[in-house]
Ligand binder design. Structure first.
Ligand SMILES: Cc1ncc(COP(=O)(O)O)c(C=O)c1O
Length: 315
């Protein structure tokens, strides 16, 4: 999701979210010059677990502790495309909890390897729709129920991880745009005023598309001013451009956000300050994103400009 700032219209506390507000912002110089607006990326890939989801991981565990849902020596169970799991694995090690992760088996090997290295017990399961009882989230929920002193942190419907929204938003100075990949329902949901949840295609981005409108997003939909649908071709090209032009090595969701930031700059006209989130680094996807064979298997070879193909060095 693309945000131009951070706060809450509904009086959520700012102080607890201080790190989120103060995370490093990087000005993307070339894209800023091209658009005539300042485009910044929040460097969430610099977090301890390497992604924006470290924040969510910390808050869902703190929330479970505050509600008495987990006691010392307990187990945290979560369904995740990987990033929240990696954050949870760090938090659990620090706090002495066991960490059990269910994830779709379509996710990159790098994330599975890292989770296991951090001490998590990982169950890659077939990727099936949310309404199927075998969906990774439901399997995580059942596992947590089946053992003593365990909590399913339920990241997608857990309001304790809702982001604060910029104060300027309530004063009409800030606009928030949502950036959505193919295969996700959020673009059509927003554009149809909540009537449609159309879903077509799939995406090379991992973990950011949604097949449903989750509880942690629903109440904040009204804060969104516009939505942008970003094709994979644009996201892949931007991964390579960011590496070449800005010296930044980030994954497909960050690239998707930056493409959206550029489109937003074009839509709003020059002289704006636009902030988006650089969600995570490319390291955890590099066997895919920089593999000629994998890119070809996705039919995306032509998305990479000729002069940037030199970065696709893996077979
Ligand atoms: C880069 C990225 N990957 C994945 C996710 C989804 O979280 P998870 O990996 O835990 O499913 C998000 C959520 O914002 C994200 O920003």
């Amino acid at each position: 999701m693309l945000r131009t700032g951070i706060t809450s219209v509904s009086k959520r506390s700012y102080t607890t979210f201080k790190p989120l507000i103060s995370a490093a912002k990087i000005r993307l110089n070339k894209l800023s010059e091209e658009t005539g607006s300042n485009i910044y990326g929040k460097a969430e890939f610099m977090n301890p677990g390497g992604s924006v989801k470290d924040r969510a991981a910390l808050y869902v565990v703190k929330d479970a502790e505050e509600k008495g849902l987990i006691k010392p020596g307990g187990t945290v169970v979560e369904g995740t495309a990987g990033n929240t799991g990696i954050g949870l694995a760090h938090v659990c090690r620090a706090k002495g909890y066991k960490c059990i992760i269910y994830m779709p088996n379509t996710q990159s090997q790098e994330k599975i390897d890292l989770l296991r290295m951090l001490g998590a017990e990982v169950y890659p399961v077939p990727a099936v729709a949310f309404d199927d009882p075998q969906n990774y989230n439901h399997q995580a929920a059942r596992h947590a129920k089946s053992i003593e002193n365990a909590v399913w942190t339920n990241q997608f419907d857990n309001r304790s991880m809702a982001l604060p929204v910029p104060q300027e938003k309530s004063q009409g100075k800030t606009q928030i745009f949502l950036a959505d990949p193919p295969g996700s329902v959020l673009y059509s949901y927003f554009k149809s005023g909540g009537k449609l949840t159309e879903r077509s295609g799939s995406s090379i981005t991992e973990g950011i598309g949604q097949g449903r409108v989750t509880d942690n997003l629903k109440p904040d939909i009204e804060l969104i001013d516009d939505a942008l649908h970003i094709p994979d071709e644009d996201s892949l090209e931007m991964i390579y451009r960011l590496l070449d032009e800005e010296g930044i090595y980030v994954g497909a969701s960050s690239a998707l956000n930056v493409v959206a930031a550029v489109k937003m700059a074009q839509q709003l006209g020059p002289g704006k300050n636009i902030v988006t989130i650089l969600c995570d680094g490319a390291y955890r996807y590099q066997s895919r994103l920089f593999s000629k064979k994998w890119i070809e298997s996705k039919g995306l070879t032509n998305a990479i400009p000729e002069h940037l193909k030199k970065y696709a060095t893996l077979d």
